[in-house]
Ligand binder design. Sequence first.
Ligand code: GRF
Length: 209
Amino acid sequence: MPARLVVLVSGSGTNLQALLDACADPAFGARVVAVGADRHDVEGLARAERAGVPTFVRRVEDFSSREHWDAALAGGVGAFEPDLVVLAGFMRLVGESFLGAFGGRTVNTHPALSPAFPGMHGPRDALAYGVKVTGATLFLVDAGVDTGQIVAQTAVPVADDDDVASLHERIKTAERTMLVDAVGRMVRDGWRVEGRRVLLGAAAGPAGR
Ligand code: GRF
């Protein structure tokens, strides 16, 4: 049985698309059973609809508090019984209800090499700092901002003539490959967490996830 992925998006959904494309191969070992968003009318939702994948939306502004929104988000995700939840360009912090239900099996992708440049503007902050190498990080979501244990990272050079958009595009190309590769390994071979370290595949040992 392929693992069940629920993917959450806020925008263009190119990371989601990479997962949808990978899941077309049964050997990948997963399928996207639903896509959720925190807003209507984003390309990520349209990509899901074109792929015939059910969608749901939970907008913060439709709830009386962040906590109620978070619980509703967790309910929306839980209805699809995911094995793994993937935040792919989902621009919201999840809270206690969500982490209570899906902590330890929710990953997020961030366009910087953690622990450098957490937050909403990884490419901009890396460029402003003047680093020569940046990249993307896949991590297990915790209550912090891009602070969870690192599952995978990929490095990307910064070019002298980069602006934020060109750098982010180069990061996103590498990020999609990293995401598909790491999610595939997680669902096929399992993972284990030892302190800050996440061990994938054979290194995770027979217990897997
Ligand atoms: C990705 O770079 C992600 O890391 C960041 O926003 C971008 C989302 O891209 N948070 P997309 O919606 O998957 O195209």
